[in-house]
Design a protein around this ligand. Structure first.
Ligand code: A3P
Length: 345
C-alpha cells in the first residue's frame, strides 16, 4: 500500500479510536454522576399511613415504555388485555391549592415509574353534574395503568369546595391527600394574575388587585374576595379534618418546589410509600424559563406551559404588608395543625 494511503488509514483509525474512547469515558462519567446524585438530601421523618405492597420497579420502568407507546397509538382492546392494563381510581389526590404549584407537582411525580397521572383536572367531586355521573364515570376518566402503579389526579378546586371532603371519604376513606401551598399573599397575587390574564385575553378590563383585596369602606382586608379566602389555608383544612385524620395529608412547600424541587418530591415519595426514584437527573434548571424542567430520559424532556410562571403585576407594598399581617394568625394555626412550619411573614 502506498505510504500516503497508509497515513490516511492510520488517521481514520485514530479518529475512530478517539471517538470510541470518548464515548466510553462519557458513559462512565454519566453513570458515576447519576450514582452520586441519587440520595442528596436528608428526608424528614414522618409517619405515613399503612404500607401498600412493594413495587417491582424494574418491571415497571420497562412497562412504562409500553404504556407510553400504547397511549400514543390509542391502545386497542387486545393490547389492553395483553398487558393487563386497568383504569384505577386514584390512590392519592392533589386537592389544592390553586396556584400553589399543583401542575408542577403532578408532572414531577409522574417522573416516578410507579406513578401514573390523570392529565386533565377531572372536577368530579366539586362539580355536581360530574358527581351525579357516578364513580364509574370517574374511573373511566383515569389513564390506563399497570395494576402495581398508582394513579394520581389533581383538581385544586377540591380544597375549597364544601362538599368535596365527604364525597372523597365515601369513595376511599384511606386515600392520601396532597396539599401544595405557597406563601399566602404571593399565592393570592398569582391567583389574581391568572384571572387578570383571562380578562385581558377577552379584551375586558379588570380591577386592580389593591381594589379587590382591600374593602374600600373599612380599609380592611376584603375576606369576600376569593383570592384572599383561598389563602386562608387553615379554614379549609379544618373542614377536611372532620373526615380525615391529619396523617392522611401531606403538605408540600410550593415555594421550595420552585427553587429546589427534589427534596420536596422525595418527601412525597416517602409519604406515598414509594421507593425513592426521582433524582436530580430528572430535573434541570432552564434559565430561559426561569424554572426547573423535567427530564424523563436522554431524549424526552419538557418544561411546563407558559401559563405557569407568569410575571405578577406590581402591587402596592402597603397592601402586601396588610395582607401579610392578616394571614399571620391563620398561618400560625396552619403550622400547628399540620406540623409543618414555613418562613412566611
Ligand atoms: P405563578 O404563575 O404565579 O408563577 P398551579 O399549577 O397550581 O396553577 O400553580 C402555578 C404555579 O406553579 C406558578 O405560579 C409557578 O410559580 C409554580 N411552579 C412551580 N414549579 C414550577 C415549574 N417547574 N415550572 C413552572 N411553574 C412552576
Amino acid at each position: 500500500m502506498p505510504f500516503k494511503q497508509q497515513a490516511l488509514l492510520r488517521q481514520k483509525l485514530f479518529v475512530l479510536g478517539s471517538l470510541a474512547i470518548g464515548s466510553l469515558l462519557y458513559l462512565v462519567a454519566r453513570v458515576g454522576s447519576l450514582d452520586r446524585l441519587q440520595p442528596i438530601c436528608p428526608i424528614e421523618s414522618r409517619v405515613a399511613p399503612h404500607l401498600p405492597e412493594q413495587f417491582p420497579l424494574r418491571t415497571l420502568q420497562y412497562k412504562r415504555g409500553i404504556l407510553h407507546e400504547l397511549r400514543k397509538g390509542n391502545a386497542t382492546k387486545e393490547q389492553i388485555r395483553l398487558h393487563s392494563l386497568v383504569q384505577q381510581l386514584p390512590r392519592a389526590i392533589i386537592i389544592g391549592v390553586r396556584k400553589g404549584g399543583t401542575r408542577a407537582l403532578l408532572e414531577m411525580l409522574n417522573l416516578h415509574p410507579a406513578v401514573v397521572k390523570a392529565s386533565q383536572e377531572i372536577h368530579f367531586f366539586d362539580n355536581d353534574q360530574n358527581y351525579a355521573r357516578g364513580i364509574d364515570w370517574y374511573r373511566e376518566k383515569m389513564p390506563f395503568s399497570f395494576p402495581h402503579q398508582i394513579t394520581i389526579e389533581k383538581s385544586p378546586a377540591y380544597f375549597i369546595t364544601e362538599e368535596v371532603p365527604e364525597r372523597i371519604f365515601k369513595m376511599n376513606s384511606s386515600i392520601k391527600l396532597l396539599i401544595i401551598v405557597r406563601e399566602p399573599t404571593t399565592r393570592a397575587v398569582s391567583d389574581y394574575t391568572q384571572v387578570l390574564e383571562g380578562k385581558e385575553r377577552k379584551n375586558k378590563t379588570y380591577h386592580k388587585f389593591e381594589k379587590l383585596a382591600i374593602d374600600a369602606n373599612t380599609c380592611e382586608v376584603n375576606t369576600k374576595y376569593k383570592a384572599v379566602r383561598t389563602s386562608i389555608y387553615t379554614k379549609h383544612l379544618e373542614r377536611w379534618l372532620k373526615y380525615f385524620p391529619v396523617e392522611q395529608f401531606h403538605i408540600v412547600d410550593g415555594d421550595r418546589l420552585i427553587t429546589d424541587p427534589l427534596p420536596e418530591l422525595q418527601l412525597v415519595e416517602r409519604f406515598l410509600n414509594l421507593p425513592s426514584r426521582i433524582s436530580q437527573y430528572n430535573l434541570y434548571f432552564n434559565a430561559t424559563r426561569g424554572f426547573y424542567c423535567l427530564r424523563f430520559n436522554i431524549v424526552f424532556n419538557k418544561c411546563l406551559a407558559g401559563s405557569k410562571g407568569r410575571i405578577h403585576p406590581e402591587v402596592d407594598p402597603a397592601v402586601l404588608a396588610k395582607l401579610r399581617r392578616f394571614f399571620h394568625p391563620f398561618n400560625q394555626k396552619f403550622y400547628q395543625i399540620t406540623g409543618r412550619t414555613f418562613n412566611w411573614p
